[in-house]
Design a protein. Sequence first.
Length: 303
Amino acid sequence: MDGLLLIDKPAGITSFDVVRQVRRLARTRRVGHTGTLDPDATGLLPIVLGHCTKLAKFLVFDQKEYVFEVCFGSETDTDDSTGEVIQTGDWKHIGQEALEAALEQFRGPILQVPPIYSALKIDGKRAYDLARQGKDVVLEARPVEIYGLELLEFSAPHARLRVQCSAGTYVRSLARDLGRALGSFAHTTSIRRTEIGELNIEQAHALDAIDPDKFADYLIAPLEMLRSVPGYEASDAERRAIEYGQRIEIEAGDALSALVVGDTIILRTREQELLAVTEVEELLEAGRLRIRPRRVFQNESSK
């Protein structure tokens, strides 16, 4: 059973808890997730099954969208409502106009210090493990990009916002830094992921709504899950060469003309089945490309 399953993760469970439940529903061990969500966060969690566990790294997940709620006036050690309050400050001076103005400094490329309660590693150990042990955790600021940031609702000391951001952005850090920029403190009270790349929460399924006897009906096919990656239909001869791990030369055409060395191309069969993930190895003359296979997926009829 191969494909992509989009889950609307509920609050209170980890991303791996979702994987365990999907393993039971699908009756297979070959299940993984992409794009971890915090236990108390909800929303879109892509789950890959079967051969698609090997395709996850080729998915284009460079932009994500979240809707989140912020409470001004206090900061916690986790930067969300699950942590202990470590700082408090006045919030009554924060009005909608000031909040709207403060958002501007967080749009575009910014440097962001991740929460100390995060899965980032320090000398091989998770930051959250070190923090729970009471050790000092120092994380360096990292470049991220905020493509869009808007205020949806404001009723002091609470605000509801939507953000489109690059992979690696921490919404909890964004809330914390927004509070400080407004001369106060802040933490998130809820986070919901609504988009990852071209995937949307409207496509997702609740775990308790999935019928195990119809599990395959919920899956997005391998080719469909990779629709954002440039593709090429291989001839029978090209297919045989790729299945033997050989390089082939193809016509770039309009769809592939802008690719450069190192870019990924998805090969499909004439039957519109996933054949392979390949990489542009060389740009040749007359608009041709030499590509090499990175991962080959032979269908049952070719075995």
